[in-house]
Design a protein around this ligand. Structure first.
Ligand SMILES: [Mn+2]
Length: 328
């Protein structure tokens, strides 16, 4: 085992955990595999230490996480009284308080610990361990578990592997260092099943997803002399295929995979004239900056925001700021 970033000070957090009576680990709304994987890995680790730990989120876990141990122990929706009795809340992979989808009052009188790797993190916690060098929040949990001196169990290893695999677009991003691969070697040795992960995450799509993909690809257009690519899915197409936003996860990769494209944009209509915008940039096009300008956030090369209006109006809004990041 080796620490990814040895200069991160985990001690204040460890002191809080020592004193904690009951810990609530929370993921962000519309959870992805990084937030759920981080939540589960930390849960298994703290359980091993004999801590009282509960997991509760606003939304249900994505289908692709269903193979991870204890995923069904996560409750969702209204906060049960037993969860609310926690004195410490640990948020994983959430860039802002609103991403937790809970009333602010819920956190009053509790120690809120914010563990995240989004550069745009607003440091909303009582304690903030925010470090954008990490490729995934799951990788932060990997370091934390070593500081906590708990053995990496197979369940934790599998959860961290899912987090890192998905947040690095299958180890394709610039933040995938040699140390990340050394960590992955540890995860596999500890029992993370690579084949099971690949099958559950990448080879278990519903057939209807490809109906939706056909519509999305129909919308594909290229702009800015080949440097931008655009995909969109309207709400009626989700209704027609009986699918939800989760099922169009990864569509943006088609837009990004086009030669010469520096910025890929995927917009999906989540509700009537409410558009979830996903942005991907190839270095040095900082789409994180673009997302922040539009009220969202994320990372330098992967970010998002929510915009309102017609499809055309939303695309125009993005186009207004694009020149700032499309450096010649
Ligand atoms: Mn993440």
């Amino acid at each position: 085992m080796s620490i990814l970033y040895a200069d991160v000070d985990w001690q204040p957090l460890i002191d809080v955990l020592d004193q904690a009576k009951q810990i609530h680990i929370i993921a962000h709304v519309c959870p992805d595999a990084d937030t759920i994987g981080s939540q589960l890995a930390l849960y298994h680790g703290l359980k091993c230490m004999g801590k009282k730990v509960l997991m509760h989120n606003r939304d249900t876990s994505p289908y692709l996480c269903r193979y991870l141990a204890a995923v069904n122990d996560i409750t969702y929706g209204e906060i049960p009284a037993i969860v609310a009795a926690s004195d410490v809340v640990i948020a994983v992979d959430a860039g802002s308080l609103s991403r937790l989808g809970m009333e602010t009052a819920y956190f009053e009188g509790k120690t809120l610990i914010n563990i995240d790797h989004h550069a745009s993190n607003t440091c909303y916690g009582t304690m903030n361990i925010v470090d954008a060098r990490y490729c995934a929040t799951g990788a932060m949990i990997y370091d934390l578990l070593q500081h906590l001196k708990v053995d990496l169990c197979a369940a934790s290893a599998a959860a961290i592997y899912a987090a890192v695999l998905t947040d690095t677009a299958s180890f394709r991003l610039a933040n995938v260092t040699a140390s990340v691969h050394r960590m992955v070697a540890d995860l596999i040795e500890a029992g993370a099943d690579v084949q099971k992960a690949a099958q559950s995450i990448y080879q278990s799509h519903k057939a209807a997803r490809f109906e939706l993909l056909k519509y999305a690809l129909d919308s594909l257009h290229i702009g800015d002399h080949g440097r931008t690519s655009w995909l969109s899915v309207r709400r009626d197409l989700y209704q027609k295929t009986g699918l939800s936003g989760e099922d169009s996860e990864g569509f943006i990769d088609y837009a990004r995979s086009i030669e010469g494209v520096d910025v890929a944009v995927f917009i999906r209509e989540e509700d009537e004239q409410v558009w979830k915008v996903s942005l991907r940039g190839k270095p040095p096009c900082n789409v994180g900056y673009l997302a922040e300008k539009l009220g969202g956030g994320g990372h330098q090369y992967a970010a998002g925001c929510t915009l309102y209006g017609t499809e055309h109006a939303v695309q125009e809004e993005i186009k207004r700021i694009l020149p700032d990041i499309l450096t010649p």
